[in-house]
Design a protein around this ligand. Structure first.
Ligand SMILES: *Cc1c(COP(=O)(O)O)cnc(C)c1O
Length: 380
């Protein structure tokens, strides 16, 4: 067997590929963070990030992964003994629950089967049952199952009850429409290594007026993630200087493309992958698949873990397997961030080759044809 050069394709839902222009931006000389020069760069990066979040609320850049931003939301908004409603439909809904419980909140979960989604009616019902709840914690795109939630619909209900809505948009932002101000979202969190096309290491968080009001009354002691420290000075501790250079450039690129066009690009890429997957006779894991990633049920005859490792270790194509009890039962292909038509072609082509190698019956090109037809139809 001849040896093939292995070129790597990162098609997992974070970290995602980083374009060369952004990698080079990070290679620029590190400057001191307490200088007017850096202050200006940071202000511009924050302004651009607000555009991506569609907000004029306060937005902070954290030297942490996305989970740090989630923790910041919880420590500033929830006091011990307070009741919160958490939508739990996968690993990341579970993370909200764990975080809230860690800080002493009483969690009322809206427990969903993996792959299922909540409706605004379900949120309304829970808020009626628990009028003393102070906030609803939810996830735009539940990355572990590929499910996208109706955040706009949730927010209408939550705000009608006069409560806070806190959204983990870590994987969903940029791939999926999200309008922080128009939808009246109180706190939205994200991270650099998903839709932003950046390396891991930055967390983002926004606070609405209502969120600040609640934070003022909060009793949890906090230090690094105390929101008022950032309100006073957006860089209370040493910020991730080079990542912020990269962020400034990334948000310029996204603004140049236009956020509506960015959403539409992700919608088309997701449609293409979904059509490819269906054409191969495979089924979606999610009941409400989003434009971030596609979670697919592993066919009976195939070893799911082998499929993922074969694609990664032999083909150089990194997709994600299932997490927790979904391990081996699903695989997840991302169409998130710096991605174009031919990334989806690579994904479906590698999938066809790997599936056939593992004994799944298919005719070469079946999935690819469906993908290419989507691009023809969309005229892209
Ligand atoms: C990736 C992800 C996280 C975790 O973010 P880290 O940056 O790994 O801390 C949380 N929620 C969702 C929905 C994610 O996709």
């Amino acid at each position: 067997m001849a040896k093939m050069v292995k070129k790597n394709y990162l098609l997992a839902p974070g970290p995602t590929p980083v374009p060369t222009d952004l990698l080079l931006e990070g290679a620029r000389e590190t400057i001191h963070h307490r200088t007017p020069q850096f202050k200006k760069i940071m202000e511009e990066a924050i302004e651009g990030t607000k555009y991506v979040f569609q907000t004029t609320n306060d937005l902070f850049l954290l030297a942490s992964s996305g989970t740090g931003a989630m923790e910041m939301a919880v420590v500033n908004l929830v006091s011990p003994g307070e009741k919160v409603i958490v939508v739990v439909g996968g690993k990341f809904g579970e993370r909200w629950q764990q975080l809230c419980e860690t800080y002493g909140a009483e969690v009322v979960p809206i427990k969903l089967e993996y792959g299922d989604y909540a409706t605004p009616e379900m949120i309304d019902e829970k808020l009626k049952e628990h009028p003393d709840a102070v906030a609803v914690f939810t996830t735009l795109s539940e990355t572990s199952t590929g499910t996208v939630m109706d955040i706009e619909g949730f927010a209408k209900v939550v705000k009608a009850h006069g409560k806070l809505i806190v959204v983990d948009a870590i994987s969903g932002l940029i791939a999926q429409p999200l309008k922080t101000d128009e939808w009246k979202l109180d706190v939205v969190v994200a991270g650099s290594q998903k839709g932003f096309m950046l390396p891991p290491g930055l967390g983002f968080i926004t606070f609405s007026e209502d969120a600040w009001k609640k934070a003022e009354k909060n009793s949890v002691p906090s230090f690094y993630f105390n929101a008022f420290a950032y309100k006073k000075n957006p860089a209370p501790y040493t910020p991730a200087v080079n990542l912020i250079y990269q962020l400034k450039k990334a948000v310029e690129m996204l603004k140049e493309e236009g956020i509506e066009n960015v959403w539409e690009r992700h919608r088309i890429l997701a449609d293409a992958i979904r059509e490819g997957v269906k054409a191969l006779g495979l089924e979606f894991f999610s009941k409400r698949p989003g434009n971030v990633l596609t979670a697919v049920k592993v066919p009976e005859s195939v070893d799911g873990q082998k499929l993922v490792s074969l694609m990664r270790d032999e083909f150089g194509v990194t997709i994600a397997g299932g997490q927790g009890s979904m391990k081996g039962k699903i695989f997840r292909i991302a169409h998130l961030g710096y991605m174009s038509k031919f990334d989806t072609i690579v994904a479906i082509s590698a999938l066809e080759m790997a599936l056939r190698k593992l004994g799944y019956k298919l005719e070469y090109g079946t999935g690819l044809k469906a993908v290419e037809e989507v691009f023809e139809r969309e005229d892209v």
